[in-house]
Design a protein around this ligand. Sequence first.
Ligand code: ATP
Ligand code: MG
Length: 458
Amino acid sequence: MSRVRFVNSFHETVPADPKRAFATEVVSRLRAAGFRALWAGGCVRDLMLGEPPSDYDVATDAVPEQVMRLFRRTVTVGLSFGVVRVLGPQGAGEVEVATFRSDGRYLDGRRPETVCFGNPAEDAARRDFTINGMFFDPIEGALVDLVGGRDDLQRGVVRAIGDPAARFEEDKLRLLRAIRFAARFGFALEPATRDALERMAPQIRVVAVERIAQELRRMLVHPRRAAAMRLCADVGLLAAILPPIDALRGRTVAAGGREVDAWAHTLAVLDALPTDPPVTFTLAFAALAHEAGESPDRAETGGGPPLDERGGDVAGQLAGALRLANAERERIVWLVRHRRALRGVGAVPAHVRKPLLASEGIDELIALHCADAIATGERIGPIEEVARYRESLPEGPLDPAPLINGDDLKRLGLSPGPEFKSILDEVRRNQLDGIVKTREEALARARELADRGSRPGP
Ligand code: ATP
Ligand code: MG
C-alpha cells in the first residue's frame, strides 16, 4: 500500500498556486545570491501526500541579516533562532526562512536554551518526526531526505528522529504532536516512539496549558478528531490533560434507550459531527465533554426540557483549566447543559422554545444533537424539523422586542421592586406564547398581574 505520491510528480497532483510560486521564488533568490536554500518540514510532507501545504518554510545557510538584505518586506520572528518571515505579494502569503541550525540543550522541557547555525543534516536532526524532517529543492525537483522520512511516509508511520525518549524529554509538546500527525494522516506510531510516548505521557503537564489547548484545538477541529482522541486515551495523554474525559472509559450511560459505553459513544459523536459548515472548536469540545457529568440531571426547568447542569459544570471546569477564552467556555457550558434540550422541543411551550431557538449557539446545538442521534441510531428527522422551522422564520418572531418595560409599570402606578421583574417576565412569556399580542394587551395583562399581588399565573 502506497500512500505517498512520488515527489517528482507532485507538481501534477497538487495544483500550483501563488503561495508555491512565491516559495519557489524565495529559494531561487537565495540561490542566486550564492546560498543554499530548500523547502523544509511540513510543506514537503504535505506535497508528497498530494495535499496543498498550509504554508511553506525555507531552510537556508544564509543568516537572518543576509536574508533581510535580499528581500524587501521582512519581519523578524526570532533572530536568535535564525527565523525571518518574508512577505509575499498579495495572495501569496509569507514564507518563513530559517537558518539551518542545531538546537542546544533543552532546559525547560519545551525550548532549547541556545541554538547554533549549522547544516542540513543538523537541521533535520533537530526536527521532531521523520515525516517532518525532509527538505525539497524546488529548482532541481529533488528530495533531500536525511532521516528516512520518505519510507515512513510511504509506510504510514510516525517515528521520532533519533532516540524517541530523548526527543520527548527535550520538548514535551512533541507527545501531543505525535498523536496529531498520526490521527491526521491515519498513520501508526512506530513501536519505539509509541513506547516512549506511553511512558512519558504524564509529563505533558509541564507544558503550558495554552500550548496544550492549542494542540487540542487543532486535533478537535480536524475531521479525524475521534481518531486523535482515541489515540490520546490509549497512550495515556487524555488521563494527563482531561481526567474527567478519560474517566468515561469503562463507564456506561443511557443513550437512545440503551446502555452504551460512555467513551465509545463519545467517540461516535465526535465522528458524527456534521462537516458543513466546518466543525468549530467549541462544538467539538462540547461533544467530547457531553457525557462528562456523573449522571444526567432529571430536573425539569420551567416546563422546558431537562438541563444537564452537572455536565455543564464539568465542561466549564475543563475549559477553565485550559484557559480558554470566556466566550468559548460559556458556549461550551451552554452546549453541554442544553445537550438534550432539543428533544421534543416541538411540544414545549413557545416561551421556552423560542428563546432556545434564538440563542447564538443554536447551530452548534443542532449539530451536536444530530451527531448524538446518529451515534445512538436514533432518527434525526425531528432535529432536522427543528432546524427547518427555525430557518423558515425571520429573526423577529423568535426574539421579538418586549411589548412593555419598567417605565410602563411605573406609569401604571407600581413602585420598582422584585415584583417588577416577575411581572415583566410573565408578560414576556405570554408574548412569546402568543397569548398577548399588542402593547395594549400587555399593559392590561400587567395590571391584572399587579392586582393579583404580582403572582404570575399558572
Ligand atoms: P502543520 O501542517 O500542522 O503546520 P507542520 O509540520 O508544518 O504541520 P509546524 O508546527 O508548522 O508543523 O512546524 C514546521 C516544522 O518545524 C515541522 O514540520 C517540524 O519539522 C518542525 N517542528 C515544529 N515543531 C517542532 C517541535 N516541537 N520539535 C521539533 N521540530 C518541530
Ligand atoms: Mg506548518
